[in-house]
Design a protein around this ligand. Sequence first.
Ligand SMILES: Nc1ncnc2c1ncn2[C@@H]1O[C@H](COP(=O)(O)OP(=O)(O)OP(=O)(O)O)[C@@H](O)[C@H]1O
Ligand SMILES: [Mg+2]
Length: 388
Amino acid sequence: MAEDKNSFLADLNQYSSVKHVIGVVSGKGGVGKSFVTSRLAALFSKKGYRTAVLDADITGPSIPKCFGIETRATADEQGIEPAITKGGIQVMSVNLLLDDAESPVVWRGPVISGTVKQFWTDVHWDDVDYMFVDMPPGTGDVPLTVFQSLPVDGIIIVTSPQDLVSMIVAKAVNMASAMGVPVFGIVENYSFIECPDCGKKIFPFGEGRTDKVAAKFGIPVLASLPIDPVIANAMDQGSVEDLEENYLSNATGVIEAVIATKPEKEDLNDPERKFKIAVPVNAKGNVDQHFDKTEEFVIYETSGRQVVKRDAMNAVEVDRKEIVAKLKEIGVEIVISGGISTENRETIEGAGLKLVPGVLGSAEDAVVKFLNNDLSFSDDKFDEITGK
Ligand SMILES: Nc1ncnc2c1ncn2[C@@H]1O[C@H](COP(=O)(O)OP(=O)(O)OP(=O)(O)O)[C@@H](O)[C@H]1O
Ligand SMILES: [Mg+2]
């Protein structure tokens, strides 16, 4: 399946470089997808990454407006040049190509899908670390084109609590899984209102519904956003980069962590590529959720996508720093763990090992899923994952 998918990938413009692509999807319109897309881009850009937004919502483009872009795209011998926001984010949207941004796009499906592909192949994306793709709502033609044509690293599902959350998330998760793309998590928008006088949170649509759905699918809730006129105003004024809110900063941390631990595609398709992966394991064979007290680590040796050897390492009452040093010594590159403290995380990452935290269930399954690039974070360990 994965190989089949690769054969549909469209060629990137020869002058472009895009390291990571993140899709933002929703079940229906108006739930804040464009806000989440533009805001995540703003936060990644502030972190120092070269960032881009590809507005794949061809019939409802709103990305240029929320960044306050009024210029039009230009073209030169390297391709169509994206517009650049105040903060340096590269943006391409159908709005930048129209003479009048207000005129409707009345194109049929194939033309729309073709345009999205062209944004990948004909635009000159200049050395981009993170590209965010604002998808049109739903699971129709265009998201399919994006999944097939662009090397999407993962998706974020935006939903509001009054939607049929379970159904919408199920559809998005199923689509992503059919296309072999992992889900980073869910952003719940319009979750609550904060009283400007007393700070009390009011949950007009009820509390916890999205959490339940997320737990059911084993994916984290990355953020819950309030209904806040400041957000609507920033989107209207084109100042989404200047917002002071921090609701989505955890989401940026999770995306960075997942991408950092994602094995390279070439590596895994290469049977010669060998990893050593360490997992703290409890008596039941599950990923142990108490890294500090784990009595045994299993060292999996892999070749391509296969596990070829398993060794147990005794860890009874051994200091965790010593354990990590030993793992490194025997050539372990990756640690898959359950919940983990900031201290242990720092020890592991400080030793130059990659950490995949917050994993529940069978250790064996976790390793296999990791090798197939299908491991997502569990939601109830989220606080520990993000070190919050
Ligand atoms: N948390 C929020 N609080 C207040 N206003 C918000 C919030 N999130 C989004 N909005 C506003 O709601 C409107 C819809 O948001 P947005 O454009 O991001 O949604 P969308 O899912 O991209 O919609 P569309 O389907 O039209 O593309 C915008 O005017 C935006 O400014
Ligand atoms: Mg939108």
